[in-house]
Design a protein around this ligand. Structure first.
Ligand code: HEM
Length: 403
């Protein structure tokens, strides 16, 4: 069965035990050597705990349009629609695009997308102003994430969505939400996630009832509801919750990841002088350190992927981070090159579930990195550690010095 394994020693060298363990400490610390080995030797690898991981760019790209792969949770999942009465998490999942397939996906995506762009297109330079305010408060030795990028992203999303609330409370909620994208095995953690999501919903429902500020996401979704059939208040609340959380978690982590990529690439002077575009540097930085490393799908029927037969209801994870470094598509894939063609990069996914908030995410990160360059903030160390979580590559901390 494991005929493609060259030698046990070679497997050990790349920390690749089989079935493959996504939570292995060496993989969390640096997944890229393992991705390279898997692309070469096991492009569809079986995972400990069930499911498969696709690591080649071409297979991932094909998976985005494969109708045999869906987003709705399998009937065995705690998030399955049959559990909607039982768990807040399952009820929430039954309303938001990442967990829906056609036809339900279409209407919810349309509401989020239209409302999102109406708000985004009306934004001025507020992100730049907010980023400068937050970065200006940093002192040498501070943790950039907790002291600046977290308050920045929470305040930005409170304004975007039309919610006035305590940033620390909202941050606890967004953290809970992202548990839905990783296996939910610990009953105690799952209970806490349900409690936090219920409280998150209550805050947004109150803001919706109170009449959200004009031009905010909640107000735009209310307007969409008035023109469409059958959209409920809970669907509005849950989709606002999704956008809020997406605009916080990947952003606060992304700022810290970009700091280290820019430091290692030695591009601070080029960014300061303007010879290098900040937006292109941000996009290339996200290719090298992709925040959403894996996105999940479920096999709707038995299928063959990457030469492996996958049974119905099996989870299949698409390793966007690996696709982003596949040498079959990107020249010198491990090297920073902001001049490369970015159109193939898969940081924000592709196809019918492609990220709706890409423009806002890039704008948030660009504003923060601009303020960081202007105010001379640099990483205090040349390495950092990452949270032990499946699916996302989020740094623990990023201590800074002032140039
Ligand atoms: C650097 C920041 C971000 C990254 C790396 C990122 C990444 C992604 C990825 C990879 C997907 C596709 C998931 C899939 O195919 O299953 C996605 C979907 C999505 N993203 Fe983002 N995202 C970011 C920021 C944002 C922001 C700021 C927002 C909203 C304001 C947002 C809203 C969404 C939504 C609503 C979806 C679901 C689309 C659907 O399922 O139809 N994202 N994101």
């Amino acid at each position: 069965m494991l005929g493609w394994l060259k030698t046990r020693r070679e497997v050990a060298k790349f920390c690749v035990d089989l079935p493959f363990d996504l939570s292995a400490p060496a993989f969390i610390a640096d997944p890229y050597p393992s991705y390279a080995w898997l692309r070469e030797n096991a492009p569809a690898v079986e995972l400990q705990g069930g499911g498969y991981l696709l690591t080649r760019y071409a297979d991932i790209r094909a998976a985005f349009t494969n109708s045999a792969l869906g987003n709705a949770p399998s009937r065995f999942s705690t998030l399955a629609p049959r559990n909607a009465q039982k768990y807040v998490a399952a009820d929430l999942a039954s309303h938001i695009p990442p967990f829906l397939d056609a036809p339900e996906h279409k209407q919810m995506r349309q509401m989020v997308s239209r409302s999102f762009f109406n708000v985004f297109n009306g934004m001025g330079n507020e992100l730049d102003v907010l980023a400068r305010e937050q970065i200006a408060q940093l002192n040498a030795g501070d943790d950039l994430i907790s002291a600046a990028s977290q308050p920045f992203s929470v305040i930005a999303m409170c304004r975007f969505c039309g919610v006035a609330s305590a940033p620390e409370q909202m941050k606890a909620f967004t953290q809970a939400f992202f548990h839905l994208f990783a296996p939910l095995c610990d009953p105690e953690v799952f209970a806490q996630v349900n409690t936090a999501l219920a409280a998150f919903r209550a805050v947004l429902a109150e803001a919706l009832q109170a009449g959200p500020p004009e031009g905010s996401l909640l107000a735009q979704m209310r307007a969409f509801q008035a023109q469409s059939e059958g959209i409920t208040d809970v669907q509005i609340v849950d989709n606002c919750l999704l956008v809020f959380a997406d605009g916080v978690e990947n952003i606060e982590a992304g700022v810290a990841s970009l700091m280290l990529v820019f430091e290692q690439a030695g591009i601070w002077d080029d960014l300061q002088s303007g010879t290098l575009s900040m937006e292109l540097a941000v996009r290339e930085g996200l290719r090298l350190q992709t925040p959403a490393q894996l996105v999940p799908r479920v096999a709707r029927e038995g299928i063959e992927l990457g030469g492996v037969q996958i049974k119905k209801d099996m989870p299949v994870f698409l390793a966007l981070a690996s696709g982003n470094r596949d040498g079959a598509v990107f020249d010198a894939p491990d090297t920073f090159d902001a001049a490369r063609n970015m159109s193939d990069v898969m940081t924000f996914g592709q196809g019918r579930h492609r990220c709706i908030g890409e423009t806002l995410g890039i704008a948030q990160l660009t504003a923060m990195m601009r303020a960081i360059v202007e105010l001379g903030i640099r990483p205090a160390a040349k390495a950092m550690t990452y949270q032990s979580r499946i699916g996302h590559r989020w740094p623990d901390e990023m201590f800074v010095k002032i140039k």
